[in-house]
Design a protein around this ligand. Structure first.
Ligand code: ASP
Ligand code: MG
Length: 425
């Protein structure tokens, strides 16, 4: 059995859905567990519906739901020749149920209400795809992820109950493959005591990992609109190279340093059972893509670059002439945790301690306030943090062209550079 995940972009309109069906048809001798996200930008649209619900604006709530109805019905119109098909009714039922939701007694818990509504995007997309597969004579069955994936009640960031979920998949999912080849289910959602929960935004990749882990799948493929994992974000870098093969460890390292590849949450269960993870293009489905697996033998072949822009470097110097030793460090961390600071890099010397933060997540005034009594605080804005895995002199030179080097840290495999654009005067 294989697990496939198709994100919102891969089912954004009727042609995209047809493309998904054609990809699945290449694998007709396989058993496929297929995870699908909400269509196109539906999750963002559902978030607006939730806000309208929460703010009690009935007119907006209704009009946003009707907009989602038009969006989905248009796709159905294009996919199916016969307007008497059941799928119209199924999608209309979901949206009519949502319309009625407005008058329910509210729980007063935003996160709870959010989870009851947002995942309906996935419910609709999976119903449409599953109906379309059957319409084309492919043996498939729609499965309700809320009956399989059990979580705690931390709405919007629910944590998995691995034991019960594994039992559910073994008893109620895998055996279905005795009669059908394709099981279609929703990414992102689970349940707690009958209430819907979600696994956090972009949670569908994690769903694919969960299913693969619970069913001991042969492999997982995440189908994307890029050819695979690249060695840098093309937004910041020309001549990117595709990574053909990397290890689980390397993928986790890269995402730790800020690469928006695959979340470690998705990778961990797969690493645990050594289930390979493919990232492939739904535009060129026959191309190889990237495979993430256990072997570390190919990790060193291509240097990878991770850029974090708009960084601010703070440095703290104790006013009492003391050195930066353990006692000061614990005091500094105490104050930083009060400021809720997420540290991207840190460095100490005898007399001062420096930390790098995202500019848009920090309140400079608050930091000055929190530290001012005991420390001289200096800061430097407009910096970039560049992390290079498997660096050499050429790659170091490449990222420092026209830049001033503010600070650098190197280990054997990783170089981290804080640089500032040079302003010529
Ligand atoms: N539809 C959800 C989101 O957009 C989950 C996912 O696509 O991974 O965040
Ligand atoms: Mg997505």
């Amino acid at each position: 059995m294989k697990v496939f995940k198709f994100g919102g972009a891969s089912v954004k309109d009727a042609n995209a859905v047809k493309n998904v069906a054609s990809i699945l048809s290449f694998y007709k001798d396989e058993k496929l567990g297929v995870v699908i996200s909400a269509m196109g930008k539906t999750t963002n649209a559902m978030e607006k519906i939730i806000d309208a619900y929460w703010n009690k604006s009935k007119e907006e709530f209704t009009s946003l739901i009707e907009e989602r109805r038009r969006f989905h019905i248009e796709i159905i119109d294009e996919l199916f020749a016969d307007s008497s098909l059941h799928i119209y009714e199924e999608v209309n039922d979901v949206l009519d149920g949502l319309l009625e939701y407005f008058d329910r007694e509210a729980s007063g818990n935003y996160d709870f209400e959010y989870d009851q509504i947002v995942g309906l995007g996935e419910v609709m997309s999976t119903k449409i795809v599953s109906a379309y597969l059957s319409y084309n004579g492919m043996q498939s069955k729609w499965m309700d992820a809320r009956k399989l994936i059990f979580t705690n009640d931390t709405f919007r960031e629910a944590e998995l109950d691995w034991e019960i979920t594994t039992k559910n998949f073994r008893a109620n999912f895998k055996p279905e493959f005795e009669t059908v080849d394709i099981l279609v289910t929703q990414g992102f959602v689970g349940s707690n005591n009958g209430a819907t929960t979600t696994l956090g935004r972009e949670g569908s990749d994690f769903t694919a990992g969960i299913i693969a882990y619970c069913c001991d799948a042969e492999d997982v493929t995440i189908w994307k609109d890029v050819p695979g994992m690249l060695n840098a974000d093309p937004k910041w870098f020309d001549n990117t190279v595709k990574l053909n093969q990397i290890s689980f460890r390397e993928a986790i390292e890269l995402s730790y340093y800020g690469a928006s590849v695959i979340h470690p949450k998705t990778i961990k269960p797969l690493q645990n059972k050594e289930i390979p993870l493919h990232v492939k293009s739904f535009i060129d489905p026959h191309e190889d893509g990237t495979v993430i697996q256990s072997s570390m033998s190919k990790d060193h072949l291509v240097p990878s670059f991770i850029f974090k822009m708009n960084q601010i470097l703070f440095s703290f110097t104790p006013k009492d002439f003391s050195f930066i030793v353990e006692k000061n460090l614990s005091d500094i961390f105490d104050r930083l945790s009060k400021a809720n600071a997420k540290i991207n890099l840190m460095q100490n010397s005898a007399l001062n301690f420096s930390i790098l933060l995202d500019e848009d997540k920090v309140n400079t005034e608050e930091i000055l306030d929190l530290f001012g009594d005991h420390y001289y605080v200096k800061f430097n804005e407009g910096l970039e943090l560049v992390t290079i895995r498997h660096y050499d002199q050429a790659t170091l030179d490449r990222v420092t062209v026209d830049k001033d080097l503010v600070l650098q840290q190197k280990t054997r495999e990783t170089a981290r550079l804080i640089v500032k654009q040079r302003i010529d005067i």
